[in-house]
Design a protein around this ligand. Structure first.
Ligand SMILES: [Zn+2]
Length: 407
């Protein structure tokens, strides 16, 4: 069974015509007029593909292919159709339309399924308008809470109010949970350069990393830059360089672990004064939480050394995002499919967060990445070639076909 790559490509470009920003690219923030236009278009396309279409309480669009009227737990495949400001045509949309293409191909071939296939267009993934994000998938997986609906946009409208304005029923969000779910598969553009550098059109995602964000303060002793001899200083900036060097080495030595210091503030921050203290951020991610703990524990030796030299260290945890490890069985099924199809592939970690995260502990989950030209994403230049999109969609179809027919 082969997907129709022209149909997929045309749909991508049609959807890309909705919400074109005068500054370039697409701006389709959630529950705005253009987002609703995209929703209307999607529903229409799902009808044309022969799917049963439903919308849940908050507007997740669900296209169902269930030829045998099965009451088994469904396989879910989809992604989001909102965008960041001046975003590209591929982020989210490719995954959603590839899922639709897979369902339509199954229907065209009159394939019967043991369990239903749900193609889902998730709402509010990017979270730009309300500083929220991934709310649609949170609702579907039963992870949403009342507080999620009170996030406000610049005009002071809560996301719950915005839903009501569009005729949705945020108070009934609990009814939108789908339970049980057999498996979830999301295709997405990579948004990085790993596949491009490996010359692979398709990637198998190992998982979405855990993320912890820390604020670290090193306190030393302020003094005159000219009058304080080099052997009598407690300079926190020098200590910081050692700290960053060490955490970088520790992260590099562990699989799928990355550590980034992106923000540094020195106090008082004068050219001729040895700093009193320095505060900096640490963004540390890994597929396994244990790697993060190990890195931070291993910092203890250096921190004891610094303390002995008069530098105080404080490390405050500011934020945690839980990741998800993709299912091993699904990953090997993907590997098999890609080998059979002779599509070059690579396993890789997802740098960014995705709706799939919300399927953690709900059902087995898989993600397929499609190569991004130059790794561009969240900008109008975002691009994946027609052939790469087709390779990804074909892989998705083959996996969905297996999952919907497994014993
Ligand atoms: Zn996305």
């Amino acid at each position: 069974m082969e997907i129709n790559q022209d149909r997929l490509w045309n749909r991508l470009h049609e959807l890309g015509k909705i919400g074109v920003d005068p500054q370039g690219g697409n701006t389709r923030w959630t529950y705005t007029d253009v987002d609703m236009q995209a929703r209307d278009w999607l529903i229409d396309q799902m009808h044309q593909a022969g799917l049963q279409v439903q919308e849940d309480a908050i507007g997740n669009v669900i296209g169902i292919y269930n030829p045998a009227d099965s009451s088994e737990a469904p396989v879910i495949s989809g992604s989001h159709f909102d965008t960041v400001r001046c975003g590209g045509q591929f982020d989210g949309c490719l995954g959603l339309l590839a899922s639709l293409e897979a369902a339509e191909t199954l229907k065209e071939n009159n394939v019967s399924l043991k369990r239903p296939l749900y193609v889902i267009g998730f709402r509010d993934e990017e979270g730009n308008r309300f500083s929220s994000g991934m709310l649609g998938s949170k609702v579907i997986t039963g992870k949403a809470e009342d507080a999620d609906f009170s996030a406000v946009d610049e005009a002071g409208i809560t996301i719950g109010e915005a839903m009501k304005q569009r005729g949705y029923h945020p108070d009934l969000y609990r009814q939108s949970r789908i339970d049980p779910i057999y498996a979830s598969v999301e295709l997405h553009i990579e948004q990085g350069k790993v596949l491009e550098q490996a010359d692979c059109p398709v990637g198998i995602v190992e998982g979405i990393p855990y993320l912890r964000f820390y604020e670290i303060t090193l306190t030393g002793c302020s003094g005159h830059a000219g009058a304080t001899p080099m052997n009598d200083r407690q300079d926190p900036v020098l200590a910081m360089t050692r700290w960053i060097q060490k955490i970088t080495e520790l992260a590099s030595a562990r699989p799928y672990t990355v550590a980034t210091v992106g923000n540094i503030k020195t106090v008082p921050g004068s050219t001729n004064v040895i700093c009193d203290h320095v505060t900096f951020s640490l963004d540390i991610r890994s597929l396994e939480e244990q790697n993060i703990d190990d890195c931070l524990q291993a910092m203890g030796k250096l921190e004891a050394e610094l303390k002995a030299q008069g530098i105080q260290v404080s490390c405050q945890l500011r934020h945690i995002l839980y990741g998800v490890e993709c299912d091993e069985k699904l990953k090997s099924q993907l590997e098999q499919i890609l080998q059979t199809r002779k599509i070059p592939y690579q396993r890789l970690m997802s740098g960014a967060g995705h709706d799939s995260q919300n399927f953690k502990d709900v059902c087995p989950c898989a993600m397929i990445f499609v190569r991004s030209e130059n790794g561009y994403s969240h900008r109008k230049e975002e691009f994946s070639s027609k052939a790469d999109c087709a390779a990804g969609a074909q892989t998705l179809l083959d996996l969905l076909y297996q999952l919907t027919n497994e014993e």
